[in-house]
Design a protein around this ligand. Structure first.
Ligand code: CDP
Ligand code: MG
Length: 152
């Protein structure tokens, strides 16, 4: 099992697409183990997007990500990091494949609705940045035997 971190970005919240996005992850078989609504501060944005802080487009990104409430969550599942990234699609909504979240609902490079960790190290770093250990709810959903074979 693997954990990954997602953010329903301000455009997702404002456009009333939270339910749609949560529903897709649930239907896929991913388990939500933590979730909270918050307002990202400029300081948190710089930590979260540390790899992008020096880019010319970073100030616009910071304005966007701090511009309204977001929902941060932790998802658990087999290959969860890759599965979520594939479900999100390419960064630019105009280039993201139909059937992906960004491909179906975004026509923007910036306003692409959902963030997902891009690897095990960023997942661990981002989960720790937004959640305390005691905010992560470990549980075994009773539906698991109907989601995959026991040896998968
Ligand atoms: O989110 P992802 O890993 O697919 O993309 P990224 O290249 O790591 O960029 C992080 C986020 O910055 C994107 O999801 C966009 O919201 C935003 N971005 C932007 O505003 N302008 C760009 N030229 C590229 C990305
Ligand atoms: Mg990225």
């Amino acid at each position: 099992m693997q954990r990954t971190f997602i953010i329903l970005k301000p455009d997702c919240v404002q456009r009333r697409l939270m339910g749609e996005v949560v529903s897709r992850f649930e239907a896929k078989g991913l388990n939500f183990v933590a979730m909270k609504m918050l307002r990202i501060t400029p300081e948190l944005a710089k930590q979260h997007y540390a790899e992008h802080v020096d880019k010319g487009w970073y100030p616009n990104l910071e304005g966007f990500i701090t511009g309204g409430p977001v929902v941060a969550a932790v998802l658990e599942g087999l290959d969860a990091i890759l599965v979520v990234r594939e479900m999100l699609g390419a960064t630019n909504g105009l280039k993201a494949a139909p059937g992906t979240i960004r491909g179906d609902f975004s026509s923007s490079q910036q306003m692409n609705l959902v963030h997902g960790s891009d690897g095990p190290e960023s997942a661990a770093r981002e989960i720790a940045l937004y959640f305390n250990e005691d905010e992560l709810c470990d549980f075994e959903p009773t539906i698991t035997p109907w989601m995959r074979a026991a040896d998968e």
